[in-house]
Design a protein around this ligand. Structure first.
Ligand SMILES: Cc1cc2nc3c(=O)[nH]c(=O)nc-3n(C[C@H](O)[C@H](O)[C@H](O)COP(=O)(O)OP(=O)(O)OC[C@H]3O[C@@H](n4cnc5c(N)ncnc54)[C@H](O)[C@@H]3O)c2cc1C
Length: 321
């Protein structure tokens, strides 16, 4: 992997006109909720959409660019991420406002919780579920984030994105190709904002629904731990946590990584976990569930970057190979 400063030097003047900050060898463990993982060659934080478009035009297409939100669904491997990571700044991408259609427009860096709070202020119902999701709108759009029986796809009506060449695109809900915790929108798009719609609702009722979401989470999820939320998607006809529990993996520990004793589909960094520990634990759980019930769990958490040399982790620990 090229060292960060070499990458920046190689691009030279191309980056000079950018207004956002470029940081070589940035520590991804400072960004992810897991507080684990290696470096990215260079981090770019654009100040606004124009700056982001200029960056995308300046960086040759053979150099990989990965966008991240607030890192609440990310496992970064210890060998780090090649190329650039783009992280949208709250200043440039965190605006939230009503639009003439009556909907709510939110920048991609807006925290989901802020969208829920804004909808409450405006008396618009249907956004209480975002109160319990710690990610940003960009992450919610690609993950089809959901909770309490509601998903992003039921509220979003229009998404604005930039492609790898810096061109602006508008996508309607159908263009996002949504399914459970997944979007098949064209790869490589960076979402910059989205418009959401709900229905007018009494503020007291919205507040009560938000409080219920929070109270429930406090009791069933390890929300104050270093975690990535649900590790695996629920398999057809069952719940990931039930299968993990049946396979005897509740509380299972590898290095500093553990399947939470409180909610066994949540993986936690107990303090010293590496990206390797977390991924090895995840694949151990997949292998044991496969052996126990024949079910192949699929990761909900997104894994990014390269393994540290000699520390690759095989899917299902190679059990299927
Ligand atoms: C305690 C806890 C509870 C959670 N509960 C839930 C829950 O109830 N429901 C749920 O759905 N999720 C839940 N999550 C997971 C997580 O919060 C969501 O997946 C969230 O939508 C991720 O948003 P993020 O900003 O953190 O994205 P990141 O984790 O930073 O990135 C996730 C993915 O989104 C992509 N991405 C981020 N921003 C953009 C952008 N602007 N354009 C294009 N792609 C982008 C990244 O490339 C990556 O593939 C939970 C996580 C934690 C830690």
């Amino acid at each position: 992997m090229m060292r960060g400063q070499d990458l920046i030097d190689k691009l030279g003047d191309k980056l000079a006109a950018l207004r956002g900050r470029v940081t070589p060898n940035a520590e991804m463990d400072k960004i992810t909720w897991f507080r684990a993982g290696g470096l990215v060659e260079a981090l770019f934080q654009p100040v606004d959409e124009e700056d982001l478009a200029a960056f995308l035009r300046a960086v040759p297409e053979e150099i990989p660019i990965t966008v991240v939100g607030v890192g609440s669904n990310l496992l970064v491997r210890d060998g780090g991420i090649p190329g650039f990571v783009v992280r949208l700044s709250a200043k440039g991408f965190g605006q939230i406002e009503r639009v003439p259609s009556g909907g709510i427009k939110a920048g991609a860096a807006t925290p989901d919780k802020r969208l829920a709070a804004f909808a409450l202020e405006e008396g618009i119902g249907g956004f209480h579920f975002y109160h319990g999701i710690p990610g940003s709108i960009g992450g919610a759009l690609i993950m089809n984030a959901g909770a309490n029986g509601v998903e992003t796809r039921e509220r979003v009506v229009e998404v604005t994105a930039l492609d790898r060449k810096g061109n602006v695109h508008t996508l309607l809900t159908d263009d996002m190709g949504y399914s459970y915790r997944h979007s098949s929108a064209p790869a490589g798009l960076i979402f910059t904002s989205a418009i959401f719609e709900g229905v007018p609702e009494d503020k007291a009722a919205i507040k009560a629904a938000m409080d219920a979401v929070q109270n429930h989470r406090e009791t069933v999820q390890p929300i104050r731990e270093k975690t990535g939320g649900s590790t695996f998607k629920n398999p057809e006809g069952s719940s990931a946590w039930k299968e993990i529990d049946k396979a005897g993996c509740r509380g299972l520990m590898i290095g500093g990584a553990q399947m939470s004793p409180m909610h066994c589909n949540f993986m936690i960094n107990t303090g010293t976990a590496t990206g390797y520990d977390l991924e090895y634990l995840g694949e151990t759980v997949r292998a044991r569930v496969l052996e126990n019930s024949g079910i192949r769990l699929h990761w909900e958490i997104k894994r990014l970057g390269n393994f540290r040399p000699g520390h690759a982790v095989q899917e299902f620990l190679g059990q299927l190979l």
